[in-house]
Design a protein around this ligand. Structure first.
Ligand SMILES: Nc1ncnc2c1ncn2[C@@H]1O[C@H](COP(=O)(O)OP(=O)(O)OP(=O)(O)O)[C@@H](O)[C@H]1O
Ligand SMILES: [Mg+2]
Length: 1023
């Protein structure tokens, strides 16, 4: 309800009790507001009003079920689950019995509501395999009972044509462990007659449409509903909203779940089929106008299926057996009478089979465990019925509603009174209409309508419906709730037919037409038919018409009396339980979603007695709540109770309502609850609470924000300190580890250093590794850059002496290889030449070292500088090398400049254009030079003939180059001699002389007195 208070303007009030005024208009307006918002449920206190939406709403999901499980009734929006859940939990906590009465007119949604409750329990109750079986059977009993007890009517395509009360039994843990069903007043007349637009019970169509070919053959049926008289009167065998074939499958499956064996099932369908055949039994008229039956095939099937003698059956349908004192007299029927008997038989078989079915289901639901159980009963029963013409059935139904209203009054008032008593509040008489007077009018012994009807039925002689009406008029004459055409005043008489009587029910007036009352009340089945059925081979039929029935000579109880006793029993059952109510309303007659027909709703509100209910609920106090709950919600409205009330809740509430200015007449303080008389007082409080809530919210928000920020800051600070500590710790640990490591390393180093000289060091391996590494690093930085650098090699520590030498050799080889790879072919040739020069002169001739750095050239005289005539003369030989020389005459050693040309075969001495001398290499015996630094070269030439020129003495600035070239070109390497002191020369064959060498201040060459050539050279300083 607390939720309702908040949303009351938007979606209407969730509880009618809170309506300002209890008028039908305000009731309807509230209902409409909610219906328009798809809110089909509204409370009147703990009574649930449900409006059929005629559309699927998304409010029956398991999620919704979960939402309502174990939640306080008023906490969530009204729902059938809330009611089911509260009943269940109250049952569990108080360990008592409950029932939920679901009422409303046809099509209002009673059966749907009861299914929703059952489904809710199926999901919400604890489950085990055993319990699942019970649960499945309970759920599956529905389709079976609906197949046999529901039919399409003008008002509802699945109208329940019987009243149903189902007990669900729970054990102490709240497990559903069993069930029991009671059925009331099946509308048997439907078996033989249907109004236009209506159908017979679903099972017949399901059987014909869904049964297998084999089954139909076995039952002698054809797959065509049109073939059966009992199925065609309403002219609507097929209905769009019903799928008989599928429903057949569901029923077959359900029968198995509820443990029907094959023979039960066969017999059951045998009965249904026999009814269809019976409807097709036609009578013929004999000459005296009596009904006869000759060799009728349909009759054959009936007797086969019912397992009775066809002959006796035929007799029973055409004669009545009257037992006189000693004799039996057979009285033949007219055709009409025979049809009446046939229909009576069909109705009786079907009606009793239905009861048998209920009993059989009860067997399957029965829990044989004797331990104490609590129950929740579900009563899905017809609501008030007011038609244009109302007959015996409406009379019974409306009587049933009167009884239930009486029960409601008693239970509600009792509950109210008990609550007042428990709360210590003085009971105030409540203004409402007590319908006991109407119940008495109908049921009182000897003087009630039912008694008079029974009397009339039993009265020998010509009792008719009209004589019954007369008897009523006699007996009821002055009753304020009874009126007939005869008894009525002038005005009222206009609205009544002569055969009518009118009852002023608590819900309104209903006019009944007496036609058929006696007949329907008698519900006669002749004795010989009963006897016949007692011997049936069909087990179900035999059981239904037990011998007890026929043996007792007493007339069976009339329908009305039976109904009355069953209602009395029901009332007793219900009186012992706590009541919950669901009132179903039909939104419109055309089954359209979203349409709320005001006239129709007002009519139902009236006939369901909802206003009356509301009045009773509000008679004393509209609202009551436990002190704790009330104080918890409204304490912010009073400074004394906010934020905490430290005393007793009741005192807190007293202080609070005083502060709010409640008048003494507006409320009462009970033992545990506050009672508020008018809803408006509560609304004023609620409105104040709404306003206050905003202020409070702001204050709370500010406080909360501050609190949160503070908390956040503290948390951050703590975190920062923690992180700091951790960081410092980690750093310190690291530092300590580093130091420990350093100490260890240093120690190892020192030890290593001390033991560095040991052959097989064990402790100094690291030290040595360091030494090695260190040396290698240093070495890397200072490696010699050239091969010639022999000094800058890093001197190694003792342990690396050997390695160092190896590395040095390696490095030098690498450098050499690098150098060698880097030199050009020309340079290589040059070096090869220099190498020859070195071989010959190194260490031998003084001027050699100075020459090493002088590069050799290809030639010293280019061919352009040689006279062409000379070139012409030696054209056959290739010039390999030319060099200017000073030639010393053989006679006077006069110096003459000459060109010396080397070809591959000879050396030519050229004076401008003349070849002065050609020296074949073959005749060149040797070449001599001094060991000093002069440039004198002597060619020793073979000279056999005195005419031939002798040895050649020359000075050449490029001595080493020239001689190296010569030695290569002429292959004279071994012929070159370095001589000390003097070289003998042969000027001519046989004429010898010498060249003497000495050192002096000035270099010079001259002919000495001894006739020798004297060559003086300066002394070269040895580096
Ligand atoms: N809560 C609901 N939500 C959606 N549709 C509903 C609801 N209740 C009822 N209906 C629709 O209304 C139809 C009639 O409902 P239901 O059979 O329960 O009526 P009833 O009160 O049992 O009628 P009768 O007295 O004829 O048995 C249902 O077949 C269904 O289509
Ligand atoms: Mg129903």
């Amino acid at each position: 309800m607390e939720g309702a208070l908040i949303a009351r303007d938007r979606v209407g009030l969730q509880d009618f009790v809170l309506l300002d005024e209890t008028t039908e208009t305000s009731f309807f307006n509230n209902l409409k507001k909610r219906f328009n918002g798809d809110l089909i449920y509204t409370y009147i206190g703990t009574l649930l009003v449900s409006v059929n939406p005629y559309k699927e709403l998304d409010i029956y999901t398991t999620k919704q079920m979960d939402l309502y499980m174990g939640v306080n009734f008023f906490e969530l929006p009204p729902h059938i689950y809330a009611l089911a859940d509260t009943a269940y939990h109250t049952m569990l906590t108080e360990f008592n019995n409950h029932f939920i009465l679901i009422s409303g007119e046809s099509g209002a949604g009673k059966t749907e509501a009861s299914k929703k409750i059952l489904q809710y329990y199926a999901v919400s109750c604890p489950s085990t395999t055993l319990l699942d079986t019970v649960r499945d059977r309970m759920l599956m009993s529905n389709p079976v009972l609906e197949a046999f007890g529901n039919a399409k009517t003008l008002k509802n395509d699945n109208s329940s044509r019987f009243g149903k009360y189902m007990d669900i039994q729970f054990d102490g843990q709240g497990d559903a462990v069993g069930g029991h069903i009671l059925n009331y007043l099946l509308e048997k007349s439907r078996v033989v007659h249907q109004n236009h637009g209506e159908r017979n019970f679903h099972i017949f169509y399901q059987l014909v449409e869904g049964g297998t070919d084999d089954l139909l053959q076995q039952l002698g049926l054809e797959r065509d509903c049109q073939h059966y008289y009992y199925l065609t009167q309403g002219e609507c065998a097929t209905v769009a909203s019903i799928n008989d074939k599928n429903d057949w499958k569901t029923v077959k499956n359900a029968l198995q779940v509820i443990d029907f064996d094959e023979s039960n099932i066969n017999q059951l369908f045998g009965v249904a089929a026999s009814v269809l055949h019976l409807g097709n039994v036609q009578f013929e008229c004999d000459s005296k106008g009596y009904a006869t039956l000759n060799n009728n095939a349909e009759l054959g099937w009936v007797s086969t299926l019912l397992g009775v003698n066809p002959q006796i059956l035929q007799e029973a349908l055409t004669y009545r057996k009257i037992e006189a004192k000693i004799d039996q007299v057979f009285s033949p029927f007219t055709i009409d009478h025979a049809i009446y008997v046939r229909d009576a038989l069909a109705k009786a078989i079907y009606g009793r089979t239905f009861t048998w079915l209920v009993n059989r289901i009860n067997e399957s639901l029965e829990n044989k465990d004797p331990s104490k159980k609590t129950v929740i009963g579900l009563l899905d029963i017809y609501g008030f019925e007011v038609f244009y013409v109302n007959s015996f059935e409406q009379f019974c139904i409306n009587y049933c509603n009167e009884k239930l209203q009486q029960l409601f009054i008693q239970l509600t008032l009792k509950a109210e009174q008990e609550e007042y008593e428990a709360e210590g509040i003085e009971w105030e008489p409540v203004q409402f209409f007590n319908n006991k007077i109407i119940c008495d009018l109908v049921e009182e012994k000897h003087i009630g309508i039912i008694s008079i009807l029974d009397e009339e039925c039993l009265r020998p002689g010509s009792a008719t419906d009209l004589t019954f009406l007369e008897r009523l008029e006699e007996k009821m004459g002055s009753h304020p709730h009874f009126v007939t055409h005869k008894l009525a005043d002038k005005m009222t008489r206009k609205t009544l037919e002569r055969g009518d009587f009118r009852l002023l029910h608590y819900a309104g007036e209903v006019t009944y037409c007496v036609v058929g009352f006696l007949d329907k009340n008698n519900d006669l089945l002749y004795r010989n038919i009963k006897e016949l059925l007692c011997q049936s081979k069909n087990g179900i039929v035999r059981e239904c018409f037990s011998t007890m029935d026929t043996e007792s000579r007493r007339r069976p109880e009339t329908v009305a009396t039976q109904f009355k006793s069953s209602l009395l029993k029901l009332t007793e059952i219900l009186m012992a339980k706590e009541a919950w109510y669901v009132r179903c309303l039909k939104s419109n007659e055309t089954k359209q979603p979203g349409r709320l027909d005001e006239t129709l709703i007002r009519h139902q509100v009236k006939y369901l007695g909802l206003m009356e209910h509301l009045r009773v609920r509000r008679a004393g106090f509209a609202y009551r709540r436990k002190y704790e709950t009330f104080l918890k919600r409204y304490k912010p409205l009073c400074p004394a109770t906010w934020p905490h009330w430290r005393g007793l809740p009741a005192d807190g509430v007293e202080v609070l309502v005083q502060h709010l200015g409640y008048l003494d007449t507006e409320y009462k303080m009970g033992r545990t609850k506050i009672f508020i008389r008018h809803a408006r007082t509560l609304f004023a409080t609620e409105d104040a609470f709404e306003r206050c809530k905003h202020e409070l919210a702001t204050r709370l928000q500010a406080k909360y924000k501050g609190y949160k920020a503070k908390g956040e800051f503290r948390k951050q600070k703590e975190a920062a300190t923690k992180i700091e500590n951790c960081w410092r710790g980690a750093q310190a640990r690291k530092e300590r580890e580093k130091r420990a490591w350093a100490v260890k390393v240093i120690k190892q180093f020192i030890k290593g250093y001390m033991t560095r000289g040991q052959a097989k060091p064990e402790d100094n391996s690291e030290y040595l590794a360091f030494v090695r590494q260190n040396y290698l690093n240093r070495l890397k930085q200072k490696l010699p850059k050239t091969v010639l650098d022999k000094t800058s090699w890093e001197s190694p520590p003792p342990v690396l002496t050997e390695s160092s030498a190896l590395l040095r050799a390696l490095h030098s080889r690498t450098m050499v290889r690098k150098y060698v790879r880097g030199i050009t072919p020309q340079r290589k040739a040059q070096l090869q030449l220099k190498s020859i020069t070195s071989t010959v002169f190194k260490g031998n001739k003084e001027s050699y070292p100075a020459s090493v750095a002088q590069p050799f050239v290809d030639t010293r005289i280019s061919e352009q500088d040689i006279d062409p005539r000379v070139l012409q003369m030696i054209r056959n030989e290739r010039i390999k090398y030319s060099v200017p020389v000073i030639k010393y005459d053989r006679n006077g050693f006069k110096p003459r400049p000459r060109q010396l040309i080397l070809t591959q075969t000879a050396a030519y001495v050229i004076d401008d254009a003349k070849v002065k001398q050609r020296i074949l290499y073959t005749s060149l015996k040797g070449v001599s030079v001094s060991n000093l630094s002069d440039d004198i070269i002597v060619f020793h030439i073979t000279c056999e003939d005195p005419k031939q020129k002798g040895d050649l003495v020359m000075q050449c600035d490029h001595l080493f180059e020239f001689l190296t070239k010569l030695s290569v070109i002429a292959n004279k390497q071994n012929a070159i001699k370095v001589v000390q002191g003097s070289i003998k020369i042969e000027i001519q064959a046989g004429k010898e002389c010498a060249v003497d060498f000495s050192t002096g201040q000035e270099p010079m060459a001259y002919k000495a007195k001894n006739g020798h050539l004297m060559v003086v050279s300066t002394r070269t300083r040895v580096r």
